[in-house]
Ligand binder design. Sequence first.
Ligand code: GTP
Ligand code: CA
Length: 486
Amino acid sequence: ILVLLLGSGDTRGPPGFKYGIVLDAGSSHTAMFVYKWPADKENDTGVVSEHTMCDVEGPGISSYSSNPLAAGTSLEHCLNQALRDVPKEKHTGTPLYLGATAGMRLLNIADPQASDAVLRAAAATLKMYPFDFRGAKILSGEEEGVFGWVTTNYLLENFIKRGWLGEWIQPQKKTLGAMDFGGASTQITFETMDTIENPRNEVMLKLYGQAYKVYTHSFLCYGRDQVLKRLLSKFLQAESYQETVSHPCWPMGYNKSLLMSSIYDSPCTLKERPSLALNTTVTLVGTGNGNLCALHVSKLFDFTNCSFSHCSFDGVFQPKVSGNFIAFSAFFYTVDFIQTVMGRPVHLPSDLKDAAETICATSWSKLLLKAPKLEKRLPDYCAVSTFVYLLTTKGYSFNNHSFPNIAFQKKGKPDSSSEDAMSLQAQLPPQAHLLSTGTPSCGDVQGLSLPRRRHFWFLKLKHCSKNLGSSQNSGWVFSSKKLSCS
Ligand SMILES: Nc1nc2c(ncn2[C@@H]2O[C@H](COP(=O)(O)OP(=O)(O)OP(=O)(O)O)[C@@H](O)[C@H]2O)c(=O)[nH]1
Ligand SMILES: [Ca+2]
């Protein structure tokens, strides 16, 4: 937001650092980011050098529709932190934005008055602070997609970077595509040379004198929480809204009773909403049937209608995916679970499919043994990994060739190491890239960036039979040279 909205003129001020604050008001939670950058001449371009962040306690602001004032109050804790993160004398010159995403887009569809009230309450709180409040608004899906793409490539210094002598250089690097799987919507955004047949999906950007033709689309109701709601609704419909209904994506041995209103409180399930009373409960019984689960998950997409030369789904035009991608938010949480809890690498689409099938076939008691701390989200990994598989392959058309170009990465965490690791991931030498995708038996190559931008490569060895000259034969190997398995 800062990159695109800050004009060059209005950031002029005394030398030192400049600051900017962005609140990302998502459907499931709000995060505040404080950006800081040197206020030298070149930085009229707004190159961000550092930031801190704060997670707002409680749910996303759209959950406060029946008590809008509480939406405003929920932000105070983080804003108080911002008062400390930004030096006092810079407070009044620090722009402050709030951008709300898919949760508020849905509330705006369901109840525009409630969504206005929530935004007004949030704005009223922000105005109580000394910062330069520039607005609280609901971003369109396209804006959200483009902001995600710009932020990702910005932090990776794909547009502009500091050279060794402190000079600004244009690295001429390829940009990375961005895939965001949020709570209420999912976005795909990438640079393309192809014709973008639907102008609504085309964004021309000029950043630092360079033009970028970017394809973007946001699918509302395709975020993780809404997908899970839509699935519940499908199962209820399949068994004619009886009191007890089987849930083929939940593990065997897991049952749960839900209030019908919690399933039909969203525009995403409106079409299937039954006419019967919604204050009754329904009991869902996990049956762990991966095939049936996949069948229902695939029914969440429309793969048939397309008035363009090619569509992803739901009649949405999409050119062929090109280049490398970063997949974050729930894409990362899902793949991370498969890798760390299920102990399975995810290099090819078939890995994702096999992992989803294995999760779906694992009983509730076995899952709990594997990951007792993740109890809350554990029942849904079968559905969500099946969904991610179908979305990326059948939806976005990643294949054996292009799927390995996706890096599943966490994003926007406070510790700079994840950002640095992301930066390195994007700069991995071809050899290392090959290792992380083609020879899983050796290990994962990752990067670590140390101060003064000296990058070190490190190789995480999984099963190494060689003597590496250290007491361990698995773990991390560090080197200032690029590493390979051999
Ligand atoms: N498995 C898992 N899911 C998580 C975790 N943290 C958040 N989620 C879920 O992942 C989904 C996406 O989270 P976010 O990217 O924060 O979504 P958001 O920004 O609030 O939602 P949008 O407005 O759609 O962008 C939501 O369903 C979250 O509940 C986690 O640690 N593990
Ligand atoms: Ca989000």
